[in-house]
Design a protein around this ligand. Structure first.
Ligand code: NAD
Length: 487
């Protein structure tokens, strides 16, 4: 079995324990992973703290930090194929997607490399004649980063890029469900030449590793991606160290199709929105809200496309839907489909666990019209689409906003004024009009409500990893006057 190591203080090491990682395509263990517990977490955080305040990193100029990030970007691009294969092997995400996504991850590092020396402080036009006052922007401190299994290289790039550009140091915890790509990525960080302790990459279980990391007294900020329940633990733990948090959580994103839309194009976008990554995507367009007059036609299109999807080994370039990442995930999806069927949802296609090895689940469509189906409210994080229809634009908007989440949304219409009304009315952090699942390092990303808070991507994300310091300099040579009056 292949063995992986933790990366702490610029060195590769074993963890306090170890665990087996399972190949989702076979259900069998394929690699041994190091398990970090409290002592490893403590060592990693202490090394990040030392690197932030005492090490060579603290003396680098912003431009030099940017150069290291450029180097990392080049290394990610050069090693994309190898990293993609590892991610596919460990999480079951299809190679077609991991290859393209990881090649694009390099662009995130490049974007933040360029931003490193553009994070400016400011000069304040203060209301006192003998004072000069500035705001300095300094790194927020040691950052804890916690990510789930899906798209780990991507979900960590949107944290590492801006944090390193801002001058922070960090401890990144890879998900226990498929940590191989991030543990391997540590080798590129090392090769790029980041000083020891600047980037530490560990893995372990939520309660013993993630919690110890999040509540560590030296942590200033926790950047978390995962489910809302875990996010509540993260926020509770932050009561210990009073760290700030940014939370990228789940979603139940509406995908609205009007009768005037290009239905073929919308159907392709819907397939991408719900079946790509086997539905294990936080932005999955999991609630189709379709105008009643085209519902049957659109569903027939979708059914045909869903049934034509090539399901198979995630390592095969021809595969379109691979296995789910874990057996636990498949049980959750199966149980929610069962509960929804029991509530009256009609299975249009799929909806059954296939026989054979691996954690596969077929593309599934549930017609939920007139049914109070749990599938309309709860996140599957799997390839299951719930469908409802509407008669009016107001009804479409009401249905779209009928959720505790607010991450992404899609609107398909040729009507420009209606598109404008909806992009304003939808309560979600991202609105895609006549497209879906598009991302860029230049475009901020994040949610409302139970989808979390904070934004990743864009310039503002780098500023979020800074804190300001106000500096007052008195320019008068006269003695300080009356000490009992505030100046
Ligand atoms: P999860 O919340 O179970 O786990 C995420 C991470 O948190 C893992 O690394 C886990 O070890 C860690 N963790 C668990 N308990 C912890 C604790 N007490 N303290 C600190 N860390 C702890 O999520 P998951 O099931 O692995 O991933 C699926 C969820 O992630 C879905 O809800 C999905 O929508 C969400 N997600 C969101 C985004 C986004 O950008 N908004 C992207 C991808 C996934």
């Amino acid at each position: 079995m292949q063995r992986f190591q933790l990366y702490i203080d610029g060195a590769f090491c074993d963890g306090e324990a170890s665990f087996d990682s399972v190949d989702p395509a076979t259900g069998k263990a394929w690699a041994q992973m190091p398990e970090a517990r409290e002592t490893d977490v403590d060592r990693a955080v202490e090394s990040a703290h030392k690197a932030l305040y005492d090490g060579p990193w603290s003396k680098l100029t912003a431009t030099q930090r940017g150069k290291l990030l450029y180097k990392l970007a080049d290394l990610v691009a050069a090693n994309a194929a190898r990293l993609a294969e590892l991610e596919t092997r460990d999480t079951g995400k299809i190679i077609r997607e991991t290859s393209a996504q990881i090649a694009y991850v390099a662009e995130y590092y490049r974007y933040y490399a360029g931003i490193a020396d553009k994070i400016e402080g400011s000069y304040l036009p203060i209301d006192k004649p003998d004072m000069e006052v500035w705001l300095r922007r300094e790194p927020v401190g040691v950052v804890a980063m916690v990510v789930p299994w899906n798209s780990q290289l991507f979900l960590s790039a949107v944290k590492l890029g801006p944090a390193l550009a801002a001058g922070c140091t960090l401890v990144l915890k890879a998900s226990e469900d498929g940590p191989a790509p991030l543990l391997e990525f540590a080798r590129l960080v090392h090769e790029a030449g980041f000083p020891p302790g600047v980037v530490n990459i560990i893995t372990g279980f939520g309660p013993s590793c993630g919690a110890a990391l999040g509540r560590h007294p030296r942590i200033a900020h926790v950047a978390f991606t995962g489910g809302p329940e875990t996010a509540r633990h993260v926020v509770r733990n932050s009561a210990e160290n009073l760290a700030s948090t940014s939370l990228e959580l789940g979603g139940k994103s509406p995908f609205i199709v009007f009768a005037d839309a290009d239905l073929e194009s919308a159907a392709n976008a819907q397939v991408a929105g719900i079946f790509a990554a086997t539905g294990q995507s936080c932005v999955a367009g999991s609630r189709l809200i379709v105008e009643a007059s085209v519902k049957d036609r659109f569903l027939a299109l979708l059914k045909r496309k869903a049934e034509a999807v090539r399901i198979g080994s995630p390592l095969d370039m021809a595969t379109e839907v691979g296995p789910l990442a874990t057996a636990r995930q498949r049980q959750h999806i199966d149980a929610l489909v069962e509960r929804s069927s029991a509530a009256g949802a009609r299975v249009v296609t799929g909806g059954r666990v296939p026989v054979g090895e691996g954690f596969y689940y077929p593309p599934t469509i549930l017609d939920c019209d007139g049914v109070d189906s749990p599938s309309l409210a709860e996140e599957f994080f799997g390839p299951v689409l719930s469908v409802v229809s509407f008669e009016t634009e107001e009804e479409a908007l009401r249905l779209a906003n009928d959720t505790v989440y607010g991450l992404a949304s899609g609107v398909f219409t040729q009507n420009l004024t209606r598109a404008h009304r909806l992009m304003k009315g939808i309560r979600a952090g991202v609105v895609w009009v006549n497209t879906y699942r598009a991302v860029s390092p230049i475009a901020p990303f994040g949610g409302f409500g139970l989808s979390g808070h904070g934004r990743e991507g864009g310039l503002a994300a780098a500023l979020d990893y800074t804190r300001t310091k106000t500096v007052w300099l008195r320019t008068s040579d006269d003695p300080i006057p009356d000490p009992f009056v505030m100046r």
